[in-house]
Design a protein around this ligand. Sequence first.
Ligand code: GLU
Length: 508
Amino acid sequence: MRKVRVRFAPSPTGALHIGGVRTALYNYLFARHNGGDFILRIEDTDSQRFVPGAEEYIIEALQWCGIKVDEGVGVGGPHAPYRQSERRDIYLKYALQLVESGNAYYAFDSAEDLSKLRADMESRGETFSYDSKSRGTLCNSLTLPAEEVKRRIDAGEQWVIRFKMPENENVEMDDIIRGHITINTSTLDDKVLYKSADALPTYHLANIVDDHLMEISHVIRGEEWLPSLPLHFLLYRAFGWSDSQPLFAHLPLLLKPQGQGKLSKRDGDKFGFPVFPLEWHAPDGEVSMGYRESGYLPGAFVNMLALLGWNPGTEQEIFSMEELCQQFSLDKVSKSGARFSPDKAKWFNAQYMRTASDSFLASLLVPQLASAGIETSLERAADAVAIIKERATFPKDLLDLTLYMFRAPQSYDEKSVAKFWKEENVAYIRDLRGIFAELEVLEKESAEHLVREWIEAGQLPMGKIMNCLRIAIMGIGQGPDIFSICEFIGKQETLRRIDAALDSIQVA
Ligand code: GLU
């Protein structure tokens, strides 16, 4: 088999949507799975849509996700440069080659002429298309005498080179995900390939030429590029490159949470979830949420994205990047759109929070505690997160979940008090204080054992006693294992908190 070489080829027109990140991820996984190369090429030939900062954003987003570029912008490689605007000298020759072989032609129609024509036809209920039917009536090298074409070019008149779409031909194509596709060329127009105005190729020409020169073996990209596939097949044929053309795989759309239509930035704004990997500051000042800034761990984000369109064929849902690289294959990518679920995204994050190391979570918690005025060590914070990490969905939850471990409750939850802080229960808490007071050190297991024995011997109401103990220690009636918390705060602090509760809470 030919060496696998895939490319992610975004245009720097704004922030990278999560659909784009998924395209990059699938290319990367495919490359890694097959021992191939993953290339980053920036397709910036449309100067009107260029947005400053977008390229840097793309590179940072890939880095955050752990998608490593083997070759390309920011890395270099044997086919450098990888930014199309820096390759501008390459393309004209190829456009002219197509003119010479009769597969393309010069067109001189001005933008005003074409929009007038379009408007005239629309007023008659028709639609204008620059294609095999209309090209014979327009201003181009197929209708003008050769000397006139030369004269116009020499005089510096603006021109474009258009692809000469064959008439009424069935283009037969294979797509790895979609299977065999047949399109008749009568439905296709003569796309512009090159513009003299800015001496730049359009996407179609630059994309095909670069994929050829960079020896790309597989083109894995979003479904929105499927309509361009016949043109791309025909361009390879026109260049005489069909034998070495890449194989194509068009990925399914990412759908809105409700299931219908493509997931858009507006859905994110409306329902309050990010559609971009990183926060994006648009040049107009608008700021859009990012997964990173919303507290998603990169592993969780990547795991979630990997499963939006690909399924491993098993029940496994949690995958490290390494496992994804091992298991990913294009034949398990579905044809139908993948519905995005903000709840599932949160679920993945919670899974990654609970399996994250205590020391990592501690490094997130320490600054949160500091901003609440509490100084503590990383070791102490690690012991605290170990008790509660199963309850956290986001890093920001850590503070609320651990605050009472570092600071005695400043108030007691009224509802819990009303329900449990009754005279008979409070009497048990006094007894419990006595049991704790006798311990040399308050250690979770032995304390729990002792308390259980006492409760069983006296047939006491376990639930009520534990709820009251929680109120005294944490200020609330529910939470993680209370003995772990007592051990964490230590015997003296446990006794102090019980005393404070007995002193200050009114019996309900
Ligand atoms: N520049 C195109 C984009 O922005 C690349 C499409 C392709 O992969 O061929 O998505």
